[in-house]
Design a protein around this ligand. Structure first.
Ligand code: PLP
Length: 387
């Protein structure tokens, strides 16, 4: 059977797939339908935190499937409670709402900010501010939050009351606030889809101070940057600020769909009975998977992520055909002399899976990728960029 033809016939044409069918994987090595293997520097866009078919992750998932795969949120279950407790212990946040994706985690954050502000300052205090070049998801509300006009064009009208400012432009934020209160500000500390672009720490600090002073919720989108990716558990920890709300997903459950919205002391009790919900959110299998991932993101692993990131940075900085390197930990963006898409295509042919982000080659390998695979993959990328 020609699965690629069937895919084109039956699956909505929203994805421009590479001509490769992935049939299996182990750790950071993936195998296609011809038996060809690839070193995976994409980890399913930052999802498979410990690679494909990781043993401990599998054990946790299989054990929970054997107990019960779903119960609904009408009943208590253990994995979601244990996961929420661990997330709070590791971050100092106070409560968690579980959903299924990054977009939903951000939807919850936006709803939370609106209710927080409405409870205190009335329903007109509903504006949510995000940054130009951000990406927060594909639902109509998170598209509105995504500060890139080209994502908006086909889907008007989007959710109103969400507006973007340029990173660094505190004056624009203050002007919006002066017109009608801002409920919350949602940022990525490193804009992933926006080209692996770290936000200036001075601006993040100014924003955090201003939000604190004005009682506006500071919300950090850790969907891509979270769960160890940048060498800290969450990227805001690299910046030394304490958000009121943190959204995360992607790598949290290591390859199963789970979103989480973490709430700080200020807003932990804003959402009450019936204010929000999700059929699958907090699914016990996904939460058991996430528990096994989060328990292993310890200081040793984070130090190794930083070390491997430094290694890659060293390999690529000044290499022929590589013009610049940015990012943190194992979230890196390479500016290449050749178009990023061409580099990724050539790397695929030579057995290395990479990603793009805008005009950059983006690397998001598994957090535990072995050093020798990283070295081999870096050799391939350097060779492709140098030609
Ligand atoms: N936020 C950020 C920073 C992301 O990178 C993404 C996805 O790339 C999302 C939100 C949306 O996540 P999901 O695709 O799980 O809805």
């Amino acid at each position: 059977m020609d699965f690629k033809a069937l895919d084109r016939e039956y699956i909505a044409g929203t994805y421009d797939r590479f001509p490769v069918e992935i049939v299996s994987g182990k750790g950071s090595v993936m195998t296609d339908e011809t038996g060809k293997t690839y070193i995976d520097l994409g980890s399913g866009i930052g999802v498979t935190s410990f690679g494909a078919a990781d043993e401990l992750w599998q054990q946790a998932v299989i054990a929970q499937i054997g107990r019960v795969q779903h119960t609904s949120n009408l009943y208590y279950t253990q994995p979601d409670v244990l996961l929420a407790k661990l997330l709070c212990e590791k971050t100092g946040m106070k409560k968690v709402f579980f959903s299924n994706s990054g977009a939903e985690a951000n939807e919850c954050a936006i709803k939370l900010a609106r209710k927080y502000a409405a409870d205190r300052y009335g329903p007109a205090a509903c504006t949510v501010v995000t940054l130009t070049n951000s990406f927060h998801g594909r639902t109509l509300t998170t598209l509105a939050a995504t500060g890139q006009a080209h994502y908006h064009e086909l889907f008007q009208p989007l959710t109103p009351g969400i507006t973007s400012i340029d990173a660094g432009d505190m004056a624009a934020l203050k002007a919006i606030h002066a017109k009608g209160r801002v409920a919350g500000v949602l940022i990525e500390c490193i804009q992933g889809e926006g080209g692996v672009l770290p936000i200036d720490p001075a601006f993040v600090h100014a924003l955090a101070d201003w939000c604190g002073a004005e009682d506006v919720l500071l919300m950090v989108d850790e969907v891509q940057t979270g769960n160890g990716r940048t060498g800290a558990l969450y990227s805001y920890m690299n910046y030394g600020v304490q958000p009121d709300v943190v959204s995360t997903a992607k790598g949290l459950a290591g390859g199963l769909p789970l979103g989480a919205t973490l709430m700080g002391a200020k807003c932990a009790d804003v959402l009450g009975f019936g204010d929000h919900g999700s059929t699958f959110g907090g699914n016990p299998v996904c939460c058991a998977a996430a528990l096994s991932i989060l328990q292993r993101i310890d200081d040793g692993l984070l130090a190794a992520v930083r070390e491997k990131g430094d290694y890659l940075r060293q390999r690529f900085t000044g290499a022929p055909g590589i013009l610049s390197v940015r990012g943190m930990g194992l979230m890196l963006g390479l500016e290449t002399a050749k178009p990023a898409g061409a580099v990724v295509k050539e790397c695929l042919q030579r057995g290395v899976l990479c990603l793009t982000a805008k005009d950059r080659v983006r690397l998001l390998p598994a957090l535990n990728i072995p050093a020798e695979l990283l070295e081999k993959a870096a050799d391939v990328i350097c060779a492709v960029c140098a030609e």
